[in-house]
Design a protein around this ligand. Structure first.
Ligand SMILES: Nc1ncnc2c1ncn2[C@@H]1O[C@H](COP(=O)(O)OP(=O)(O)O)[C@@H](O)[C@H]1O
Ligand SMILES: [Mg+2]
Length: 219
């Protein structure tokens, strides 16, 4: 069982979007549980809007202690994705999740105001735990020249934080998804949906590689 905490103390960077969409994509190949410990319960609302049934198991409005109990019970999930709160008042909740996590996925949007809270989350909560982590660029706008490259360079060279190679572009499909109850696994492929489907698939693949057990004899 691999527990992936989706975390950033900055709100609105895509934690809920990533939890639901990447959870759906991973559920094509793995037994997945998506857990919501956020008081805002955005995933609960989203899950209620899904008409054709969720492709993963879902546990809404959970106390974060349930994560350590999942392990004790030997729960039968390969991946557990945890959507966490984005406000500073809920730091205790986030800390309990991070204590139980194998990896922290940190979505960030390409806005100067997102940088400081993201760095604070990393330096105060993630790095002291020596928790493996990766920043995920979200809402990249392909119409803005060099936006992706500029932000990749900022993360790599100036801030020196690890990031995923994959990223998520800004799409109306993603904006509408919670209210329409849409997940990438239920979208029909067409010109409008192929971008978001491909982005989420690339993120899921990279997470699988990052979290795969080291091949025998690698050490
Ligand atoms: N890649 C994207 N393209 C378009 N809209 C997005 C994208 N990612 C997130 N959003 C939208 O941005 C808002 C905030 O995203 P959300 O996942 O709720 O962030 P958080 O959980 O970090 O607060 C939501 O309205 C969501 O639909
Ligand atoms: Mg959220």
């Amino acid at each position: 069982m691999r527990v992936i905490a989706i975390a950033n103390q900055k709100g609105g960077v895509g934690k809920t979007t990533v939890a639901m969409q990447v959870g759906a994509e991973l559920s094509r190949r793995h037994r997945v549980l998506v857990v919501d410990v956020d008081r805002q319960q955005s995933t609960v609302w989203w899950a209620e809007n899904v008409r054709d049934g969720l492709p993963f198991d879902f546990a809404g409005s959970q106390h974060p202690n349930m994560l350590s109990r999942l392990r004790e019970l030997g729960a039968d999930y390969e991946v557990v994705l945890v959507d966490t709160p984005g406000s500073l008042e809920d730091t205790a909740v986030l800390e309990t999740v991070l204590d139980a996590a194998d990896f922290a996925l940190i979505p960030v949007t390409p806005e100067p105001l997102a940088v400081e809270p993201t760095l604070r989350t990393l330096s105060r909560l993630i790095e002291p735990r020596h928790l493996r982590h990766g920043v995920l660029l979200n809402r990249i706008d392909p119409r803005v020249p060099n936006q992706l490259e500029t932000w990749q360079r900022l993360l790599d060279c100036e801030l020196g934080v690890p990031r995923l190679e994959a990223h998520l572009r800004q799409y109306k499909v993603q904006l509408d998804a919670p209210v329409l109850g849409q997940l990438v696994t239920s979208l029909r492929r067409n010109r409008r949906t192929e971008g978001p489907i491909a982005d989420i698939a690339a993120i899921a693949r990279e997470l699988e590689q990052l979290l795969a057990p080291a091949p025998a004899g690698a050490w």
